[in-house]
Design a protein around this ligand. Structure first.
Ligand code: PEP
Length: 265
């Protein structure tokens, strides 16, 4: 088991009112009370709930993140939220390039790169999402598509600048569909992402330090197998993060991985 951080992140997408979000965050806080060996837990509610979720988690070991951001700091960009605004509400993580952003809002590998640079500049921890479509998988293009996404996202950034980077491998065909990428196959792609990063940084082992999460219909019933994989360092969870009773067992799956890593030290 590696010494990389284990991260369990919940992407609440466009769900929850402020009161509902605070209630869910409090239920998660209650559910982890008294536990010491926990994964890094990250809750990513809609922008409108960030303040409430931050207040609800209080001093618990739970980080808060946003699901998207504009890369510029301020200006005439109607409807956008800047990195400094996200920091201002106490969020520390930012999801970048989620496939739903790429699919419905025209985000590209180059906008992902701009956002990643801006997030790092503002000291937000980026979770950069990559993953292939079903057509790409069936055409045997998974590795080339994913490695191209990784290369484009990281363009013009040094490994020192990228130190906080987290990558989420999220096969698009597995997101919100109930179809799960076989854990060994997800592990293979996660390892491929890591070696792509090593190659980008001229044969260094920087990629070996980058946490790679798996996302795509993760559930309580799948997390154990996923957390046994040596190259999968956690999960980015959509649907199953919306109810405490479904998300807490996933956190427990991450905690087991942390315990295993500690006992192997
Ligand atoms: C996601 O939103 O990133 C995701 C993986 O969703 P789900 O778990 O619902 O497939």
């Amino acid at each position: 088991m590696s010494s990389r951080k284990t991260i369990i992140a919940g992407n609440w997408k466009m769900h929850k009112t402020r009161a509902e979000a605070a209630e869910l965050a409090k239920a998660i806080v209650d559910g982890i009370k008294g536990q010491h060996e926990l994964p890094e837990i990250v809750l990513c509610p809609p922008f409108t709930c960030l303040v409430d979720v931050k207040a609800a988690v209080g001093s618990a070991r739970i980080a808060v993140g946003a699901q998207n951001m504009e890369h510029r700091d301020s200006g005439a960009f109607t409807g956008e939220i800047s990195p400094s605004m996200i920091k201002d509400v106490g969020a520390t993580y930012i999801v970048i390039g989620h496939s739903e952003r790429r699919q419905y809002y025209g985000e590209t590998n180059s906008t992902v790169n701009l956002k990643l640079k801006s997030a790092l500049h503002h000291k937000l921890i980026p979770i950069v999402c990559v993953g292939e479509s079903l057509d790409e998988r069936e055409a045997d293009l998974t590795d080339s598509v994913v490695s191209r996404q990784v290369g484009a996202a990281l363009a013009d950034l040094s490994k020192d600048e990228l130190a906080p980077l987290v990558v989420a491998y999220e096969p698009i065909w597995a997101i919100g569909t109930g179809k799960i990428c076989d854990s060994k196959e997800a592990n293979r792609v996660a390892a491929m992402i890591r070696s792509t990063i090593n190659e980008l940084y001229h044969g260094t082992s920087f990629g070996d330090t980058v946490p790679v999460l798996y996302g795509g219909s993760v559930k309580a019933s799948t997390i154990e197998e996923q957390m046994k994989q040596p190259d999968i360092d956690g999960a980015l969870v959509g649907g199953a993060s919306l109810k405490a009773e479904e998300f807490l067992p996933i956190i427990a799956g991450g905690a087991k991985r942390v315990q295993l890593a500690t006992s192997n030290k």
